[in-house]
Design a binder for this molecule. Structure first.
Ligand code: NI
Length: 168
């Protein structure tokens, strides 16, 4: 396994919609393992394909490892099947936008379907931080970033820091 370079905002790679993972082969398995290793080393709780310059619809996440209980997930071709009417606001960070926390509101549960590395279709209702992380990572596959969803106050507060990262 190896640690991959993380693509940083405002690299246009982060804005490219990704294409489906066509087949699960050795290169995808190696990529997923490298993405997990890269995420843990960063350290972070989620990492999507475009963040390592791979414009494919996959992400890895592990929302519990920092508390001592690893729960790695590799999600290929994920889709949201249902969302709650109720929304919740959380502070999100992104490995591609270091040092800029974003206050973001999202549905507070989702039903996520994805294919795992064994090719099995999985469907799970996600809540709490799993729910936030899965939506954040899935947005990456559509070229959308958490800073796009910030409320007005945090956008204003973050604008000097975003400008320092090279945003227009
Ligand atoms: Ni991110």
């Amino acid at each position: 396994m190896s640690i991959l370079p993380i693509v940083l905002f405002p690299d246009p790679m982060l804005r490219r919609p990704c294409t489906p993972v066509p087949v699960i082969d050795e290169s995808i398995r190696r990529l997923a393992a490298d993405m997990l290793e890269t995420m843990y080393a960063a350290p972070g709780r989620g990492l999507a394909g475009p963040q390592v310059a791979v414009p494919l619809r996959l992400f890895v996440m592990d929302t519990t490892w920092k508390e001592g209980t690893p729960s790695p997930r590799v999600c290929l071709n994920p889709a949201i099947l249902d969302v709650s009417d109720a929304w919740a606001e959380n502070t999100e960070g992104c490995l591609s936008i270091p040092g800029i926390p974003a206050q973001v509101s999202r549905p507070d549960w989702i039903v996520l379907r994805w294919t795992d590395l064994d090719g099995a279709e999985r469907t799970e209702r996600l809540t709490g931080f799993d729910c936030v992380a899965a939506q954040h990572e899935l947005d990456h596959l559509n070229g959308r970033l958490c800073i796009d969803l910030m409320d007005e106050a945090s956008r204003t507060a973050a604008s000097p820091a975003l400008a320092a990262l090279g945003a227009a």
